[in-house]
Design a protein around this ligand. Structure first.
Ligand code: ZN
Length: 132
């Protein structure tokens, strides 16, 4: 992948979305990076660019609650309108007013977050795999 963060002060991972977005939605099903668990069907989420610091991925679900864990700024997400829009997903306990999303099967995460106030979920494009 080409260098995209030379102008940024913080590390931002950028995914090339050209072939991933169709009519503003996800063209391909979304699965876990580590196991075959299907997180989203195709056309189930809207593409959104917003900046959000997400704790680094860990295999231990309990660690996600640890607020001292390092974060990375992410800015490309699949927005899911409600939590029933997922095929499979796990939710952490509430941390600072939101819940982190994890793989429902292997529990790797966070892959994104869920905002209980708006009921919107955001899944980071850099933390999942697209089935193309
Ligand atoms: Zn998994």
């Amino acid at each position: 992948m080409e260098d995209t963060d030379s102008q940024e002060s913080s590390k931002v991972v950028t995914v090339n979305i050209e072939d991933l977005v169709k009519d503003g939605r996800n063209k391909y099903p979304v699965v876990c990076v580590r196991c075959p668990s299907r997180i989203l069907n195709s056309n189930a989420a809207d593409y959104k660019e917003i900046e959000f610091p997400l704790p680094l991925m860990t295999l231990a679900k309990d660690k996600i609650r640890n607020e001292t864990i390092d974060k990375e700024n992410l800015n490309q997400f699949w927005m899911v309108a409600d939590k029933y829009g997922f095929e499979n997903v796990g939710f952490s306990n509430t941390v600072s007013g939101l819940k982190y999303l994890t793989c429902a099967d292997c529990e790797i995460g966070p892959i994104g977050w869920f905002d209980p106030a708006s009921q919107l979920s955001y899944v980071s494009l850099s933390r999942i795999k697209h089935l193309s």
